[in-house]
Ligand binder design. Structure first.
Ligand SMILES: [Mn+2]
Length: 533
């Protein structure tokens, strides 16, 4: 009996140890391992994919920014430490006498460093907790790794031309990147461009070559040096599609490919698994509660920073580890600045308050925007603009189901805003881009602007619908419209036959917002002592 219990306990313990990632309620190591299997399925035969995790960024002096892993790296591994490289093979192969289809190289455990900066997983932990069969030290990445990159037909990675901040902390990463560059004869900046152009040419055919030439013409205005490459210039100057195809044959097949991996990751990351949807729902729900509580608490005289703090306090109260992006809280005219993050206006007045924020929950980020009248009541002009944005958003949400594209959703809302602004005498028809200068949708996930294709929506896609109208002071219209900025943004999950608005808990109609703002807030009782200078 005793022995059975002990075995059972041991079994439970070892299972949890294996299935846990850093967050006990986050994605499991099995989940991440399945993502690597899916990547292998779409990699070309006899290829290798190499992912470097993000460098550490210095904030000032000896203080760094909080580390955030590269999201592709995290997606495939669950690992959150710097100075690591993931190597995925399309097929199993022998490395140092052992069959493997993936290797990971990471920083060593170091009691002294861990005392200052926190626990490291180490190679043992990488295998026991994140389920890798083979984890090696980052100092073994180069010649000692047993991988001969020349054995592969294709080496897939991302552009490595951006300089990594020089620091003792980043030294192992810099060294690995340099070893990789040497081993692959990595091209310099200009040649890196040519490599991408070669790929475009290689993928062109009789029908598409005209379009490719147009695209290259645009590139060459930006990078005139490109035309010095004889293959590129003869492709562009060829007299006919047929002659272009002759040039195409001369373009060498390239082993190193720095653009396809992004496309592959976009295909994988675009459609969310049920586990990801659970995490996204939580991130969005928390962010919606933030909007609700702020609607109750907001009043004339508050500061933008204080409002930001209420949202962010609620995220932390629920245990969200981070923000998905810097919070945008803009009162009045500040709302017209699309990525306004100063949030330093004091004494908010009766005008509108635009709040675009998202909690990050176990790596996944929400992106929810609400616009409220700080006084609790929209005035006539604010109502007119708000109603247009709302109708545009409603039109987009109504369209959202498998098969529909971002462009169609955007067009539906844009027509409403264009007609509406013209009717109000703010623009002439067709000029709405002046006051609605951004797109309507983007994917969300591990990134707030997540990887994904621009293909038709599929079941499991999670994205935003966020039309907006921004009329900065001084605009060429009746001054009564000046300083009105409205954006309404919701996070939409595509289901098999329609959609679910994941952020529906945050009031969205004029009626529901004004109603919510009449509710008392617990913050009214939270009086802090005056601090005299
Ligand atoms: Mn957004």
């Amino acid at each position: 009996m005793k022995k059975t219990l002990w075995t059972l306990l041991l079994l439970v313990f070892s299972l949890t140890a294996f299935s846990q990632s850093y967050f006990e309620d986050g994605l499991t190591s099995e989940w991440h391992s399945q993502r690597r299997d899916e990547l292998r399925e779409i990699m070309p035969a006899n290829s290798v994919a190499v992912f470097f995790n993000n460098p550490v960024k210095n904030r000032t002096n000896d203080v760094d920014f909080i580390y955030h892993p590269n999201t592709d790296f995290f997606y495939l591994t669950g690992f959150r430490e710097p100075n690591a490289v993931l190597v995925v093979f399309s097929e199993e192969r022998e490395v140092n006498g052992q069959l493997s289809d993936e290797l990971i190289f990471l920083q060593n455990r170091d009691p002294r460093a861990e005392m200052w900066d926190g626990k490291r997983l180490g190679t043992e932990g990488m295998m026991s907790e994140l389920g890798f069969e083979k984890a090696l030290l980052n100092s073994d990445f180069g010649d000692k790794s047993g991988i001969n990159l020349n054995d592969f037909n294709k080496i897939l990675t991302f552009s490595l031309s951006e300089a990594i901040e020089e620091s003792t902390t980043n030294q192992p990463l810099i060294q690995m990147v340099n070893q990789f560059k040497t081993a692959t004869a990595y091209p310099d900046k200009l040649n890196e461009m040519s490599a991408q152009v070669y790929k475009l040419i290689k993928n062109s055919d009789l029908e598409t070559s005209d379009r490719v030439v147009q695209m290259l013409k645009r590139y060459s205005r930006q990078y005139p040096d490109m035309m010095e490459d004889p293959l590129i210039s003869s492709f562009m100057n060829a007299e006919s599609p047929e002659k272009r195809m002759v040039v195409k044959e001369e373009v060498p097949e390239q082993k190193l490919d720095i653009s396809s991996l992004g496309d592959m990751m976009a295909v994988l990351r675009e459609v969310k698994t049920p586990e990801e949807i659970t995490l996204l729902k939580k991130a969005v729900k928390i962010s919606a509660v933030g909007q609700v509580e702020v609607m109750k608490a907001a009043k004339v005289g508050m500061t933008e920073r204080e409002i930001q703090g209420v949202h962010e306090f609620i995220y932390k109260r629920y245990g969200a580890e981070d923000l998905g992006y810097p919070s945008i809280v803009g009162g009045g005219n500040n709302g017209c600045i699309l990525h306004y993050i100063e949030n330093d206006k004091r004494d908010l007045n009766e005008r509108l308050l635009l709040m675009d924020l998202g909690a990050e929950w176990r790596g996944y980020t929400a992106d929810v925007t609400r616009t409220i009248p700080i006084s609790g009541k929209f005035n006539a002009e604010e109502k007119a603009i708000y109603e247009l944005v709302y109708q545009a958003q409603e039109a987009g949400i109504a369209l959202s189901k498998p098969g529909v594209t971002f462009q169609e959703i955007d067009a539906a809302g844009r027509t409403i805003i264009d007609d509406g602004l013209a009717k109000l005498g703010i623009i002439k028809k067709g000029e709405s881009h002046m006051y609605f200068p951004h797109g309507t949708s983007h994917h969300i996930g591990l990134d707030v602007h997540d990887r994904g294709t621009r293909d038709a929506l599929k079941k499991g896609v999670v994205f935003t619908i966020e039309p907006g109208i921004y009329i900065p002071a001084g605009s060429d219209c009746d001054p009564k419209w000046w300083g009105i900025a409205v954006r309404i943004e919701d996070d939409i999950l595509i289901t098999s036959d329609g959609n679910v608005n994941l952020s529906a808990d945050a009031p969205r109609t004029i009626f529901a917002i004004e109603e919510m703002m009449r509710h008392p807030s617990v913050l009214e009782e939270w009086v802090l002592p005056e601090i005299d200078e």
